[in-house]
Design a protein around this ligand. Sequence first.
Ligand SMILES: [Zn+2]
Length: 401
Amino acid sequence: MQTGSFQWMKSLNKSTILNMVRVHGPISRAEIAKLTKLTPPTVTNIVNELLQDGLIVESNLGESTGGRKPIMLRINASRFYVIGVYARLGRLDAAVAHLDGKMVHQCAQELPLQMDQTAFIKALQAIAKEALAMAEADGQPVLGIGVGVRGLVNPRLGELVFAPHFNLKHVPIKTMLEETCQLPVEVENDVRAMALAESWFGQGKELDNFITVYAGAGIGSGIILKNELYQGVSYGAGEIGHTTIDIGGPLCWCGNKGCLEAHASTPALVKRARNMMEGGRKSVLHEMVQGKLSQLTEEHLFAALKQGDELAREIFIYAGECLGIGLANLINIFNPLRIIVNGSLTRAGANLMEPLSHTVKKHALSSSANNLSITVSDLGNRAALIGAYTQVLRKIFAPGA
Ligand SMILES: [Zn+2]
């Protein structure tokens, strides 16, 4: 089998059957024929090819419906690896995973906060190589690398178009990594990668229409519509952080005023707490930073919340209300079945989620909100990394998507 390309998946029937085994396995050849409406000889031929490729294996015998017990097929999950890389400000993470999404190795690397394009690419290549070396040490072939990165991404070109937080433009991630690693590379925005992770392995698994919202240092969303990741015409879909929730509100780094991100991202909340304290509000935060308000961070806010500090509690209630407005707007536009919230703000627990739900109920049209659930992601801070390699799994199992 040839790694370095997805050529062996060029037949649609082949990927359909492979995906059928992934979703329904262990499954018999007869059941596959029944579900796919392909003829039994076609199924037998393609199954033989997949067995030869090592992508599936014959497992235990199934239940008989009269005659001989059928031989069951399942994905040979541990036969191959996929690699995921997650790039955010100050840090790179990489993971090696089985075809069933199980993470088997991880590595990480700190990044300088200021770096040029060459240094950024070099760091990406280095961590991809480190992950590849871990796979090689196990003697396992790798089928591809997926990258999730903060910023505007063109997935078709595999290019990081604009990353204001890295201060980088037009980084050809796919081209550079494919050259170094000699493997197919997929690139996506980090929050959209999180939505993919939820769709394959998280709370979006059974859902055709749901939205993942990330709320932390930035705010964004990943939209799954009719079981597909919606990217938008120029790949800008889901940027709820820059929807206006307050005309004339505080200035956002994007140049607009009153963006959701300028109100409820962690830097905005830190700034809000600082302003309140400068205005005379008492809080344990004063002692935590020994009066040096410029040193206040989100960690202090979470610590103060844990100690029952009233100001910290107000800050997170405010964040919940702002996010609730952003979510209500999303709900009125997309009418999803679920919104899965992720990001560091979820650490505030009910202090965030209760005012959030309450605000959604108040502001979203009840016809859209009635069937909706708002949950906190189970994948937590692994979501972007899982989503990064899920891009490769999607290419293998569902190339039509
Ligand atoms: Zn903005």
